[in-house]
Design a binder for this molecule. Structure first.
Ligand code: WTA
Length: 662
């Protein structure tokens, strides 16, 4: 096994669920978890059928699972509607006038939508979609800030069976264009602008650029958010608020088959362009429903705050669909955690009495750095449960989160999952599973996770290996949109019939999972996935660049930082100006989140005889280590020396952390 998937961390601290928490939780003990887990693995059909009965169906399923590896169909023959499960079902009882969404804008506006009000807005907007000839199965791009309108647009698509693809507001025009082309979307929903650290991000402007060369998009619906001046293209662009004048609030949910596509979400992979991860209706809903119920143990009186942007899968599953499917109150915040000051999160928790906070390690590390005084100014006693997601959380950050934010009284659930998995797969259950700082602990119900070596054999305790999932689960991705072969190859071919996560992990003697991070060419920067090859192709698209290799190096704040090694075309001389130009270039092609933290020019890149770039060497150079190990396959030995010299003269680096899109 490669060195880099071994983990040497030994963490001895164990935190048992308090008696108080355990008493009230749905799953009250380790024994109860184990019993249910055993059943979920031995008789998944029975287990999931029981859970699925808590949802609203138009027609019951005939078969729980149809598995022809690697293609799964769950709840075959069933029909349901996701927006009905998130809205209509709550209107019949006391939740009707309960807050569904509590929203705060970055400049400070506050809005609350009850279930009744949200239902009405979703129905009206669904009618706007219908009025604009958007039909069941059509793809709709959503490029909106984290506002109630994002949730309304998503739910309205689901209501009529249209397939949404949310694009994170930090992505550039080129990224939008690629996603339109791949999905064949005919409509796009956006806003004039959004707020980020006090400035306005020109969303509509980016959309205009994306559409300029002609695309499949025929309709653009624009929500007025920031009031910035924008261009409205006659015959293509419509104002959200004007369209509402023409519709009423009656819109019956369209029953769709269990396997009807719900959304496509693009994410970085190890090769080429981002892949469109396709999720379908019933299985996805069941996954987020069951995890929100058991992992967050959510209650009617809770105020649940997941700080993710709706543009990421965490925003889909735990800002919008999970909490709403349980009739909970979800808090949405539009902006940055340090605007206007680094205590914005703590202020929000105090103001609204948030009870459950779900955020990312990169944010937690930033808070640690900003200092405890920002926290101490606020009363956080309403919190009862804390969650972490997006990257491995280092034990010290975990301890700080537990003590300083949770006052030592809140369980911390470190939840491991992916865009592909749809919902949380490895996680503590807060009333049942003792936690160890830095470990995502044990698999969720129905999840058959294992750590294996290169030959697919399960490894022993504390041995590093590849994390795989051996059985299908309801909220798994169904395919890569438009590319079944890539889906098979990427996820199911290395170990036939088993799902390859791309993460490295080990299990300790108690069977606890310790996730080490990606072992493929995917970086995890501030909790966001970036493909090295995506950044490389953006760089190579610059007229002066001959070749580029992008690697990650460990970074205290962001988890990983992006380092680009670039060779220039013949007559071009390296310069600081050119470095800046390359950074802008990557921003334009992908988005500011993909900007390398460091660009290093090299005369040539180290390669094997077969022409493969030796990334291991580059990684070692990037992290400032001296190069060790076997170098005999290097084509040009002088290359290494030159790269190391360059390291000395690489000058000042931009060290600013970007918390975009948390
Ligand atoms: C990483 C985000 C360690 C992992 C939900 C995974 C984690 C990738 C954790 C997916 C965690 C996510 N501990 N690593 N609790 N959660 N990851 O698709 O490398 O944006 O493969 O989904 O994030 O990122 P994605």
């Amino acid at each position: 096994m490669e060195k880099n998937i071994e983990s040497h961390l030994i963490e001895k601290r164990v935190f048992r669920p308090s008696r108080e928490f355990g008493k009230n939780a749905r799953i009250k003990s380790l024994a109860q978890y184990r019993k249910m887990y055993r059943e979920s693995i031995r008789s998944p059909d029975r287990f999931w059928a029981r859970e699925a009965k808590e949802l609203i169906w138009h027609r019951s399923w005939k078969k729980v699972l149809d598995w022809k590896a690697p293609f799964a169909k769950w709840f075959v023959g069933g029909q349901l509607n996701l927006s009905e499960n998130c809205l209509d079902r709550h209107l019949a009882g006391p939740r009707r006038n309960k807050a569904a969404i509590i929203w705060e804008g970055e400049p400070g506006e506050k809005r609350t939508l009850t279930y009744q009000q949200l239902h009405r807005e979703v129905c009206r907007f669904a009618n706007v979609l219908k009025r604009n000839k958007i039909r069941k199965g059509d793809r709709v791009i959503i490029y909106l800030p984290t506002t109630p309108e994002a949730a309304i647009a998503m739910l309205a698509c689901a209501r009529i069976g249209a397939v949404h693809s949310v694009v994170f507001g930090g992505f550039s025009a080129d990224s939008i264009r690629d996603r339109i082309a791949d999905s064949g979307a005919t409509a796009l929903i956006t806003a004039d602008g959004s707020y980020r650290r006090g400035t306005i991000v020109p969303l509509k402007n980016n959309v205009d650029h994306a559409l300029s060369g002609g695309t499949s998009v025929e309709r653009v619906i624009v929500f007025r958010r920031a009031g910035n001046e924008i261009h409205m293209e006659e015959g293509r662009d419509l104002w959200w608020h004007r369209e509402l004048q023409y519709v009423d609030a009656n819109c019956e949910p369209v029953p769709v088959d269990s396997e009807h596509p719900l959304f496509i979400l693009y994410t970085s992979g190890s090769t080429g362009k981002p892949k469109g991860i396709l999720h379908t209706t019933a299985g996805y809903l069941l996954g987020i429903y069951a995890t929100t119920k058991y992992v967050f143990d959510i209650r009617d009186e809770d105020l649940f705050w997941c700080t993710a942007d709706v543009g990421w899968v965490t925003g889909h599953s735990y800002v919008v669909y999970g909490p709403l499917s349980l009739g909970a109150t979800t808090l949405m915040y539009e902006g940055a955690p340090n605007w206007p000051e680094p205590d914005r999160f703590w202020r929000i928790i105090e103001d609204y009495r948030v009870t459950i906070l779900y955020t990312a390690p990169t944010a937690i590390r930033a808070f640690v750095r900003w200092g405890d005084n920002w926290v101490k100014k606020h009363d956080l006693s309403s919190l009862r449960l804390l969650g972490s997601v997006g990257e491995p959380i280092n034990p010290e950050a975990w301890m700080w989160y537990h003590k300083t934010i949770g006052g030592g009284r809140c369980p911390v659930v470190d939840t491991w999952w992916q865009t592909e998995t749809g919902s949380i797969l490895i996680t503590p259950l807060p009333g049942a599973i003792p936690t160890k700082p830095g470990s995502a602990t044990l698999p969720f119900f129905g999840v058959d996770a294992a750590v294996v070596d290169e030959s697919g054999e399960e490894v022993g305790a504390n041995v590093g290996g590849k994390l795989i999932i051996r059985k299908p689960w309801p909220s798994m991705l169904r395919t890569i949109y438009g590319d079944r072969e890539r889906y098979r190859k990427q996820y199911w071919s290395e170990f036939k019939g088993r799902y390859l996560t791309g993460d490295g992990a080990r299990r300790d003697a108690d069977g606890y999972f310790w996730i080490v991070g990606r072992i493929d060419d995917v970086l995890n920067v501030a909790g966001h996935r970036l493909g090295t090859s995506e950044i490389e192709s953006a760089l190579v698209a610059h007229a002066h660049v001959a070749e580029a290799a992008v690697v990650g190096r460990p970074d205290e704040m962001k988890g990983q930082a992006v380092v680009a090694f670039v060779t220039l075309k013949g007559s071009v001389a390296p310069s600081t100006g050119l470095k800046a130009e390359l950074l802008d270039h990557v921003s334009e092609h992908i988005g500011a989140i993909a900007k390398p933290d460091e660009v290093r020019f090299a005369e040539a890149l180290p390669k094997t005889r077969s022409g493969k770039i030796m990334r291991r060497l580059l990684k070692e150079i990037a992290s400032g280590k001296t190069v060790t190990g076997d170098t005999t396959t290097l084509e040009d030995f002088s290359v290494l020396a030159k790269l190391s010299e360059e390291e000395v003269s690489s000058g000042t680096r931009e060290r600013k952390i970007s918390l975009s899109g948390l």
